[in-house]
Design a protein around this ligand. Sequence first.
Ligand SMILES: NC(=O)c1ccc[n+]([C@@H]2O[C@H](COP(=O)([O-])OP(=O)(O)OC[C@H]3O[C@@H](n4cnc5c(N)ncnc54)[C@H](OP(=O)(O)O)[C@@H]3O)[C@@H](O)[C@H]2O)c1
Length: 260
Amino acid sequence: MAFRAALITGATSGIGEAFAHALPPTTALWLTGRNEARLAMLAAELGAAGRPVATLGADLALPADQAKLVAWLAGAPIDLLINNAGFGRQGPALAEAKAEDRAMIEVNVQAPVALAEALLPGMIERARETGRRCGLINVASMVGHFPMPYLATYAATKAFLASWSDALAVELRKSPADILTLCPGVTRTGFFERARFAGGAPGPGHSADAVAAAALATLGRKPHLVVGTLNRLSVLAARLLPRQLFLRGAAAAMKRRTRR
Ligand SMILES: NC(=O)c1ccc[n+]([C@@H]2O[C@H](COP(=O)([O-])OP(=O)(O)OC[C@H]3O[C@@H](n4cnc5c(N)ncnc54)[C@H](OP(=O)(O)O)[C@@H]3O)[C@@H](O)[C@H]2O)c1
């Protein structure tokens, strides 16, 4: 599907940056993140051949910056919104990290909902007028499928986003909007270092490029994607196991990793 203009949150690294590279040069890019130096480098690189690339530095943990982003987008011809920005924190749920967890709820939950609310009605209206389609990709996570001890707030934010996104997809199934709930498993990005995972990423996982490519290939075909066969089997296993048994196993595994 060829989109005219895409907004990517968290475009400065990892999966968001991979989306920016994966979209065809005919798609204008509207990129945001906190790292303004990185945004400037991406604008120079991706706009070198004349493609329009607009950037805005914004901290999505701040409601004022969420509003600033929405205001910046007024009148922008966005027809693909990629709600990708997000971060996690490994450790006990009641650790002294209350401010960090509140910020996580802003970035992982409030910001994607606020952006979809602000942009999607106009995107759908323009798609109807032009006979085209528009798209929304919400980057949730495989761990949004179950509670995850020692990653409690992060998993809960992704459960919210996945649930909200899946419900929205059904509500809008007769509209010209394609919604995709994207649930990557372990992906090789800076995520695990930022989340202070003891020992780094738990497994080799996928590349960010593979995740972005799989998402773009799935958008418009299916509303929900867990990336990778093993991850799909893990989600199924978690669903089939008695909940308390699964939770105790997950807690033991995560606690071991937290202590290392
Ligand atoms: N890596 C994985 O294994 C994995 C698995 C499942 C889901 N995910 C999800 O995939 C998405 C992308 O993560 P990633 O793996 O690509 O990690 P990453 O390389 O750390 O990228 C995270 C992106 O989010 C942005 N971001 C973080 N906090 C922000 C804030 N307060 N305001 C604005 N932007 C913020 C960062 O931009 P700045 O640094 O410029 O602010 C960065 O561009 C996240 O939603 C993550 O939860 C990742």
